[in-house]
Design a protein around this ligand. Structure first.
Ligand SMILES: O=P(O)(O)OC[C@H]1O[C@@H](O)[C@H](O)[C@@H](O)[C@@H]1O
Length: 466
C-alpha cells in the first residue's frame, strides 16, 4: 500500500522492521520481521501515525515509501560501497569490536568514517522529511550515532531520543577512536540517551566531559549551546506473550519432545542459541563442555550440546575466521567423543522459525549463555519466558547486560574461567528439581513484569515527559 504524509512518531534504525517476500509469480510483498523492538513500538506507531526509517538490507534498494501493519516505511538506500564501508566496515569492524571490549581488534579507516558520516546524514535527512512539526524521533543503535545531532540541526523543533542496544565502553577503550569527539557530539544531539546498563550511562557522561565542551552533573549533561541531555539505563527486554503463546501451542510441545528423542534422549540437553559472533563466547562454552567429556565428568550418553549459530555479517573477515574456528572445534569434539548417529555437539549453522526456537528452549535442561560481552542478551530472557513449566537452569555470563537483572536466579559465570565454567555447567546439570523451580520462579517474576512494552513505555515517558 502506498503511504504517506507526516508522522508525529518516527523510528530511525539501520534496518526496516520488514522482510521482503517474493511470491511464485515474482511479485513482492513485505512481512513484519520477528523481533521485540517492532512489537513494542507497533502500538505507538498505530496511535501516532508512526513512520520507520531504515535500510531494506539489499544494495541500492529504494522502494517508494509504503505502509504495512499501520506503519509508514521509508527506505534509505545504500550502495554496495556504502554497505562495505558504513555497515560492514565502520559499524561492524570498527564500532562493534571497540564497544565489545576489543575482543577482536577494531580497524580504523578514514574512508569508512567518511561513509559512516555520509550515510548518517542520509538517515537524518529522511527522518527530517517525514517528521511532523514537534514530532518525537527515536533513533536506534551504534550504526546511527551521528543522527541525533544532524537531525537537530535540520529540525530543532523535534524531540529526539537515542537508544544504544550494545555496550558503551569505558574511557580506556573509547579513547582509541579517532572520531571520539564527533561520535559523542552526535549523541549529544538527543534529549535523552538510553543505555542497557547503568555503567554504560556513566561511561557516556564522563566521556562527554572529557572530550567535548559539555559539563555534567549526575546523569544530566549540559552542552556548550546550553541544552540538557539526559543519560539513563533502560534495560531492553522481549515480547513475553509471543513466547508464551508459542509455548502453549500443541505443535511446539510435541516438537520439543521430538527433539529430545532425535538427539538420543540424553539425561541433559545443553543449548546455546546465538548469532555466530565472536562476542558470544561460543568457543569458550564448547571448550568447557569438551573438557568435561575428556575428564569423564560426564559421558556423551548423558549430556548432549545443541548449538544454534545463526549466520551473521558473513562478509566481515572476523566472522569468517570465527566460523572456521568454531567449526574446527566442533569437528574435533565430534571426532573425539561422538559415535555413529550420536554427535557430542549438534551444531546448526542456520536460522530457524520462532516456533522451532521456542521448542528448543523447552527442550534445554541447561541454557548456556556465555558472551564475553553483550549489551543485554535477549535469548537468556526468552529461555526464562519459555519455561512456563518452571524447569531448566540458566547459565549466564556476568558480562551480559542481562546479568544485572537475572543474576539471582541464574548461575552466573565468568566465561574466561574455563574451570569455573565447567563447575557451573555441572552444577546446573545436577540441580535438584526444587531448586530449579525456585530459581526459575525468581527469574520469571522479573522477566514477566519487565517486558519489551514496559521498556518502550519507560523510554518514551522519560523522553516526552521531561
Ligand atoms: O543488523 P545485523 O548486522 O545483521 O545484526 C543484527 C543486530 O545485532 C544486534 O545486536 C545489534 O544491536 C542490532 O543493531 C543489529 O541489527
Amino acid at each position: 500500500m502506498e503511504s504517506t504524509g507526516k508522522s508525529t512518531f518516527v523510528v530511525v534504525a539501520n534496518r526496516l522492521p520488514v522482510d521482503r517476500v517474493t511470491a511464485a509469480d515474482g511479485s513482492t510483498t513485505w512481512r513484519r520481521s520477528p523481533g521485540g523492538l517492532v512489537t513494542a513500538l507497533a502500538p505507538v506507531m498505530r496511535a501516532y501515525d508512526g513512520a520507520w526509517v531504515g535500510w531494506t538490507g539489499s544494495a541500492d534498494d529504494a522502494p517508494a515509501p509504503f505502509s504495512t501493519d499501520d506503519m509508514d516505511l521509508v527506505a534509505v538506500p545504500l550502495s554496495p560501497e556504502e554497505i562495505n564501508r558504513y555497515y560492514e566496515g565502520f559499524s561492524n569492524a570498527t564500532l562493534w569490536p571497540l564497544y565489545h571490549d576489543v575482543i577482536v581488534a577494531p580497524e580504523y579507516h578514514r574512508e569508512w568514517w567518511d561513509a559512516y558520516r555520509r550515510v548518517n546524514e542520509r538517515f537524518a535527512r529522511a527522518a527530517a522529511e517525514v517528521a511532523d512539526e514537534g514530532a518525537v524521533v527515536f533513533v536506534q543503535d551504534y550504526q546511527l550515532q551521528l543522527v541525533p545531532a544532524l537531525l537537530r540541526q535540520l529540525r530543532p523543533d523535534l524531540k529526539i531520543g537515542f537508544f544504544l542496544h550494545i555496550p558503551f565502553p569505558p574511557t580506556e577503550l573509547f579513547a582509541q577512536l579517532p572520531w571520539r569527539r564527533q561520535i559523542l557530539e552526535g549523541l549529544l544531539g538527543a534529549d535523552l540517551v538510553g543505555f542497557q546498563r547503568e555503567g554504560a550511562a556513566d561511561n557516556f557522561v564522563s566521556l562527554t566531559e572529557r572530550y567535548t565542551d559539555a559539563t555534567a552533573e549526575d546523569r544530566r549533561v549540559r552542552t556548550a549551546d546550553g541544552r540538557t541531555v539526559r543519560a539513563r539505563q533502560f534495560p531492553i527486554s522481549i515480547d513475553v506473550s509471543e513466547i508464551t503463546d508459542l509455548v502453549s501451542e500443541p505443535d511446539v510441545v510435541m516438537r520439543s519432545a521430538h527433539i529430545r528423542d532425535e538427539i538420543g534422549s540424553p539425561k541433559h540437553v545443553l543449548l546455546g542459541v546465538d548469532r555466530l559472533d565472536y562476542t558470544k563466547g561460543i568457543g569458550h562454552r564448547l571448550k568447557a563442555f569438551g573438557e568435561l567429556l575428556a575428564g569423564e565428568d560426564i559421558t556423551p550418553d548423558e549430556a548432549v550440546m545443541v548449538q544454534v549459530a545463526t549466520p551473521s555479517r558473513e562478509r566481515v573477515e572476523a566472522y569468517q575466521t570465527l566460523r572456521d574456528e568454531i567449526e574446527l572445534q566442533v569437528g574435533r569434539m565430534n571426532g573425539e567423543y561422538g559415535r555413529i548417529g550420536q554427535p557430542a555437539v549438534h551444531y546448526l549453522h542456520s536460522s530457524y522459525e520462532r516456533a522451532e526456537l521456542v521448542s528448543l528452549l523447552r527442550t534445554a535442561d541447561v541454557m548456556v549463555v556465555t558472551p564475553l560481552r553483550d549489551g543485554m542478551n535477549l535469548v537468556a530472557k526468552e529461555y526464562v519466558a519459555a519455561r512456563t513449566d518452571l524447569r531448566g537452569a540458566l547459565v549466564l555470563s556476568e558480562f551480559a547486560g542481562a546479568a544485572d537483572e537475572l543474576g539471582d536466579g541464574a548461575f552466573l559465570v565468568n566465561p574466561h574461567d574455563i574451570d569455573g565454567l565447567k563447575r557451573t555447567l555441572l552444577a546446573a546439570m545436577r540441580i535438584e528439581d526444587a531448586e530449579a523451580e525456585q530459581r526459575m520462579k525468581q527469574l520469571r517474576e522479573h522477566v514477566l513484569t519487565h517486558d519489551i512494552t514496559r521498556w518502550a513505555d519507560d523510554f518514551l515517558a522519560a523522553l516526552i515527559g521531561d
